[in-house]
Design a binder for this molecule. Structure first.
Ligand code: ZN
Length: 420
């Protein structure tokens, strides 16, 4: 224990065994032999997980509301029922070879907060609502974050209703089929604050040896398509000094851009994950190469600085290689900066439990990225082993999950104001 004074006394005790067994109970639905989960959105296994969540939430005294996107809200009434709710949650859907914790932890931690408040007979002024957002993962229906984007008004309801799955099914028809097409209007659930607990899905907390990540925001993402054109020529008869080899030019451009990105910031993420070399013949100098670049950073200024380097760097190197380059930006998702008051309430809750914490930006997108557009939001991270996620071997320590849940509970109590 450090000598630091707790900023606020813990208000309710988390039952870590109950939290763990709830997470493991969910993991049994769509469970895979390697310990992971396959519970894609709007499948029968998703329905089973939803049914279990609703059953548990009702048993904890919550009222259930469902909106047109299939988002489920389990509401624990407050002393002032009309007051905006403090919303806690995440998602129960998984990747095809997903883990047991990604998303599930946030919903089960929210439920555990409600159960612990019941145990301690705590009444809050604002209602507490635990939410399961529909189709966060975006596997069966792409893109993801569907439910939270719908709730936040980022995507129009008609566009969501008509989304098609890989197997041709319509989003709304599938919602109807599994019995989770509701009619609650988003406007009937005003949100005072949104808190999402999640495994980090990266290595920062594990390396730092801290059990809590206070998430300050979500990094921005930009995609670029770089096309380099040279000329198809015979690989045996064309001497090296006259070649217009589009792939060699591209390789040099990518390496130089990576170095430039690293010089701008050690936190930059620069990936060239998809390359199409044409005509794709072993004995032809490739005349055309197209590469997709994924660039990420929490700070928009760094993204801007990097972006202005891409076209001139590509043009200069292409010219040296007797080629022509052009660059097009194909996607721009701006960085999200969480509300400092909510971020600080999480930091205060961690300090109040005498737990060490690290402030960090999330490398992955989350439902909180959507909800932050309409309500003050923030996230609590806990470490996951080796930073591994979206894999069956995903693992988080029960102790860390309990600490994260306790921090979530204290922040929620603080924001919803406990009635003395
Ligand atoms: Zn997730």
């Amino acid at each position: 224990m450090s000598g630091e004074k707790p900023t606020e006394a813990p208000k309710c005790a988390i039952n870590s065994e109950r939290l763990w067994s709830s997470i493991m109970g969910m993991a049994a639905l769509g469970g895979l032999p390697g310990g992971g989960c396959d519970r894609q959105a709007l499948t029968d296994t998703d329905r089973a997980a939803r049914d279990l969540f609703v059953e548990w939430a009702r048993a904890a005294g919550c009222a259930i509301k469902i909106d047109q996107f299939g988002n489920i809200f389990a509401i624990r009434p407050g002393a002032r029922p009309e007051a905006p709710a403090v919303l806690l949650g995440s998602h129960l859907d998984t990747q095809p070879h997903g883990g047991r914790f990604d998303g599930i932890y946030g919903v089960m931690a929210g439920l555990e907060v409600v159960r612990a408040m019941n145990d301690a007979q705590i009444l809050t002024e604002s209602p507490i609502a635990v939410v399961n957002w529909t189709n966060e993962e975006g596997v069966r229906f792409a893109p993801g974050l569907t439910g939270s984007k719908g709730f936040a008004g980022i995507l129009p309801p008609s566009a969501i209703a008509d989304m098609r799955s890989r197997d041709g099914a319509r989003f709304t028809d599938e919602l109807e089929r599994i019995g989770y097409r509701g009619d609650m209007s988003s406007s009937t659930l005003p949100v005072a604050a949104y808190l999402e607990a999640h495994i980090e899905q990266g290595p920062v907390l594990e390396r730092a040896g801290t059990p809590i990540g206070v998430v300050t925001g979500v990094q921005g993402v930009r995609w670029f398509q770089l096309t380099v054109e040279g000329a198809d020529r015979h690989a045996g008869t064309t001497s090296m000094d006259v070649r217009r080899d589009s792939f060699m030019a591209t390789a040099r451009i990518i390496l130089e851009l990576r170095n430039a990105a690293l010089q701008l910031s050690g936190d930059v993420r620069f990936t060239a994950g998809r390359v199409n070399v044409m005509p794709g013949s072993t004995n032809t100098v490739p005349g055309k190469t197209v590469v997709e670049i994924d660039l990420r950073h929490p700070d928009e200024i760094v993204l801007d600085r990097m972006e202005v380097l891409i076209a001139p760097t590509a043009a200069r190197i292409a010219l040296e290689e007797r080629c022509i380059a052009r660059v097009e930006r194909t996607m721009d998702v701006r960085p999200v900066h969480f509300d400092s008051r909510i971020v600080d309430s999480i930091a205060a809750a961690a300090a109040g439990r005498n737990e060490r914490f690290t402030r960090l930006a999330s490398g992955a997108m989350h439902d909180a990225s959507s909800i932050a557009q309409i309500a003050p939001s923030a996230m609590v991270f806990v470490p996951c082993r080796d930073g591994i996620s979206h894999a069956e071997e995903e693992w988080a320590e029960p102790e860390h999950l309990a600490i994260g849940c306790a921090v979530l509970a204290d922040a929620a109590c603080n924001l919803a104001r406990v009635v003395p």
